[in-house]
Write a protein that binds this ligand. Sequence first.
Ligand SMILES: Nc1ncnc2c1ncn2[C@@H]1O[C@H](COP(=O)(O)OP(=O)(O)OP(=O)(O)O)[C@@H](O)[C@H]1O
Ligand SMILES: [Mg+2]
Length: 295
Amino acid sequence: MSDLNSLLRPGALGPIPRDASGGAHGSGAAQTAGDDVILSVNNIEVVFNDVILVLRGMSLTAKRGKITTLLGANGAGKSTTLKAIAGLLQVEDGEVPRGEVLYDGADVTHMPPDEKVRRGIFLVMEGRGVIQDMTVIENLRLGAFTRPKANIADEIEQVFSYFPRLKERRGLAGYLSGGEQQMLAIGRALMARPKLILMDEPSMGLSPLLVKEVFGIIRRLNQELGISILLVEQNANMALKAADYGYVMENGKIVLDGPAASLAENEDVKEFYLGGGERQSFKSVKSFKRRKRWL
Ligand SMILES: Nc1ncnc2c1ncn2[C@@H]1O[C@H](COP(=O)(O)OP(=O)(O)OP(=O)(O)O)[C@@H](O)[C@H]1O
Ligand SMILES: [Mg+2]
């Protein structure tokens, strides 16, 4: 089986200049959030501890009601991008000194995270982040912290309709399996009635069967509830199957983007990511010289 994931490694793509005609969504130029665009990240930089520059002019766009995926090697800056969008950099002494994040027509770059949750942005963190010594129901209630307590019973039922096996789990979340914890983390996001869910590697640590199940649920949430999804993944095969549009990032910025189907089918991408056999450096891929024709 081709293993796209293992090829998403640091340095793999080399210093590829972005083709100016790169893609409809994220070709680097600042964009305004139109009606069909729910999220627009325009040329942001992220700095930690005043000195460590992690994002270097990162831009991407998520269309309303669509699934957008962000791929990249370990350390490329995927989680940092999601934290910047959700407003969660401050706890790590990080900030966005340049660029802007537009959400639903408003500049939310420096908005506090709880206000972003109120407006409908919810981050499902890498490693799930469920509270281990709380029950399933208590974890779900946490997700509804911005909402009137009276109306959350219906949401809890709705979460159980997507994740029936959570309903039977009465004990502490710490005793749930990895897959169940992932489902609980997504369920907790649903409790906030989100318009945009940012998902950080939902497939992490799950068996292939569970990965399929979780991706199936992500698609249903998108199709049945109309929730827009920005999906960070290392499981590029699965992510490109689920998504409408994809971005590949490296060293703090986007190096490639396009409709998910064409990214998955693109000869250059296949040659590089799905090439199999010996790992190659990007320069040794024969189409390197034709890189202007990417996408
Ligand atoms: N709080 C922080 N302080 C300093 N550097 C950080 C901090 N958080 C992340 N970094 C650095 O920023 C870079 C990008 O990290 P990030 O976690 O965003 O990568 P990632 O693409 O999510 O990787 P992975 O696939 O391993 O999750 C890394 O080099 C990391 O060491
Ligand atoms: Mg990460």
